[in-house]
Structures are given as C-alpha cells and as structure tokens.
Design a protein around this ligand. Structure first.
Ligand code: SF4
Length: 375
C-alpha cells in the first residue's frame, strides 16, 4: 500500500510505490491516453528529427502555438540535411514570433554538428545527444524514448507538476533534491514496453488534466491513488520558486529611411535578440526635449556609425520579455549627411530595401515597426 507521510517534505519514489500502485497507475494512464490523446502533427511519425523539432518548439510554448510553426518548419526543412544546409537567418525567420530564439540557433548548430560528426544520422545514444547544442536531459530522454523506444525517463513542465503531486512534494521543484526525487520517480514509473507512448501519456495528463490551477481531479484516471488529491493540496503543490520581480524599462528604436531602403542591424550574440535583425534600439533615460534628442543621436551613432537627427515619436509599443516590461518608443530618424550613408556604416548594420524586409528575421516588436513603416 502507498504510505503517506504528510509531515515530510516529499516522499521518495520507493516510499509511495509498490508493485500494485505501479500496475494501477500504468494501466489507468494507458487507458486514459488511448481515449484522450490529442491528434497532433508530431505524433503521426516517431522519426527522431521530427520528435526533436517538436520537443524543442514545445519548450515554454503552448501546443496550439507550436502546431503552425512545426508544420511550416517541416515543410521548409523536411530533414536534418536540409536544416544543416540552411542559412541561420532563414531558420530564425521561420522561428519568428515563437520567442526564445536561442533554441532555433542551437537547433541549427546541432543539425550541422550531426551532419559533420555522425554522417547525418541522428544519434541514438544519450552521450552523443547530450553533446549537441541545446539538448539537455529532458530533450534527450524524449528523443530516445519516443523515436528509439529506449527506457529513458523525461521531466518537463507538465510532468514536473504531475509527478510533484504524485510525490506530495512540498519543496520547490527546482531544488536539487526535488529534481533527484522527480527523476527517480519518472524512471520508476516507466513500463517495460511502449516507453515513448507512456512518456507522452504522462505529459498529456499533466497538460490536459493535472493543470497548474484547478486541476480536473474529478476527470483524472489516477485520482484514487494520488496523494495530493487525497490531502486536498492541489493548490499548494507543486511549490514553485518565487517569481522574479518585474522591472519596467524604457527603450527607443529609430527608423532610418533612405529613399526605398531602411537601416537594420544584426544583433550580436550578447544582445537580447541575438542573431535577429532590428532597428537601432537601446534603453533610454530621458523622455523629451534636448536631452532625449541627444541621447537618441549618441546611441544611434554608437550602434550604426551614422549621424542622425530624430523627429517625433511614431509609435509606442508595450511588450514584455522575460522579467522586463518594456515601453518602446519608435522615432523617425533622418541622416544628417546622406552622402555618408555607406562609408560610415558599422559592420553590423545594413541598408535593406523595403521590399526585402519580409526575408529578415525580426522580433515581434521589430515586425510591428516594419508594418508601421510599410503602412
Ligand atoms: S488527482 Fe488531481 S492532483 Fe492528482 S494527478 Fe490527478 S489531476 Fe493531478
């Protein structure tokens, strides 16, 4: 029988699980998944490349958002070799709007590495997978179990929540001891066969039923054997690390047009939009007058090498990135000496014909500015 020690911070997998509990859990989960699994494009084919793309896209992104991106991406890059041969800029353009662009850059780098080091064959062992950019224990586990049927556990946002509740885990899930217990349980739960399906069923239950707020325990196939439900602690578990305070910042972007072209610059690896293109953009301290004009002029010069004067604010865009709430004011810039437009230009900057803007990967706010410009 399952033992519940409610005054303990958590239960080790050994203390809650016996053969009977395990059998019931697996059976109920499988039956539920058979009836309730969503039909998703990446579930029709367990090819490792496709599993990999979907798992990376699904990190920190909702299924409903990923579907279109996944289909477009697969249409353009149907296999590893096509992806490896592409320009990073095109990969980022297809990723535009999905956020966390580092994922796309690492996906591309990993594809190149697989072609170089594994003759284009997707590695099927954990060590080789973990040596690839952007592949951690979770992604490796998903690829190995779903595409290769290996007995590898997975742990991502949905399963962390589900397993924390099965463990009655009262410590923050990010603590190393919590992580150890969660991985241990993820491994113990695995059946002998159909590992990939089982892992997907765990994620699906976490995503559809064992939700962060108001989990649908009344519809849950494991309700009777769930200690968190028995103790009514669904709103307390999982214990999340406190959210970092939101910081409000003010930024400016300057749209510099020269006849039918506009100035963009490629963001360096240290910048927020690394690898993407953007209008000259920077944080500002002043809000108006000469002080603001000077600040805009100095920053544009530093980023592009060009002397620019600015006129009124064209548009204000409010958006959030990680813990920053950003108010972005967009200004129109005019070259002080148009004849220096080419000579003084910084290496990272480029004059882009308006008709080519569609080909350049931009952030969501950058794309809004483009739209404003084209309108
Ligand atoms: S019974 Fe409720 S808390 Fe327990 S696993 Fe199911 S949905 Fe989650």
């Amino acid at each position: 029988m399952m033992t519940i020690l409610s005054d303990q911070p958590g239960l080790s997998a050994d203390s809650i699980i016996d053969a009977n509990w395990l059998r019931r859990f697996r059976q109920r989960l499988r039956n539920w998944y058979r009836k309730h699994a969503r039909s998703l494009p990446w579930r029709s084919d367990a090819d490792p490349y496709r599993v990999w793309i979907s798992e990376v896209m699904l990190q920190q992104t909702q299924v409903s958002t990923v579907i279109d991106y996944y289909q477009r991406f697969l249409q353009r890059f149907p296999d590893l070799n096509t992806l490896a041969a592409a320009e990073e800029q095109e990969v980022l353009r297809l990723w535009e709007g999905l956020g966390y662009y580092r994922r796309a850059r690492q996906l591309h780098q990993a594809a190149i590495q697989i072609v170089k080091e594994h003759d284009g064959l997707f590695p099927s062992d954990r060590t080789s997978l973990l040596a690839l950019p952007g592949i951690g224990r979770y992604t490796a586990g998903a690829i190995l179990s779903i595409a290769f049927g290996q007995r590898e556990p997975i742990l991502e946002a949905n399963t962390i929540r589900l397993l924390s509740r099965l463990l009655l885990l009262r410590e923050e899930t990010t603590r190393s001891d919590s992580q150890r217990q969660l991985w241990e349980l993820a491994e113990v739960l695995l059946p002998r066969t159909s590992i990939g399906l089982f892992n997907q069923a765990l994620m699906e239950l976490g995503s559809l039923v064992c939700t962060p707020q108001n989990p649908a325990c009344h519809e849950c196939p494991v309700q009777e054997i769930c200690p968190t439900h028995q103790h009514g602690l669904q709103e307390v578990i999982p214990v999340m690390a406190p959210k970092r305070a939101v910081t409000a910042i003010r930024e400016a972007a300057v749209i510099i047009q020269d006849q039918s072209r506009v100035l963009l610059r490629r963001c360096s690896p240290q910048e927020r939009w690394a690898g993407l293109w953007d209008f000259p953009r920077f944080e500002i301290r002043h809000q108006r007058g000469q002080a603001l004009a000077r600040e805009l002029h100095e920053n544009v010069f530093q980023l592009t090498g060009l002397q620019v004067s600015t006129s009124g604010c064209l548009q204000v865009i409010k958006h959030s990135v990680t813990r920053y709430r950003i108010t972005l004011s967009c200004y129109q810039g005019q070259l002080v000496s148009p004849s220096t437009a080419e000579d003084e230009l910084a290496d990272s900057a480029e004059w882009v014909p308006l008709s080519d803007l569609q080909d350049y990967p931009l952030s969501v706010s950058g794309r809004k500015m483009c739209q404003c410009l084209l309108d």
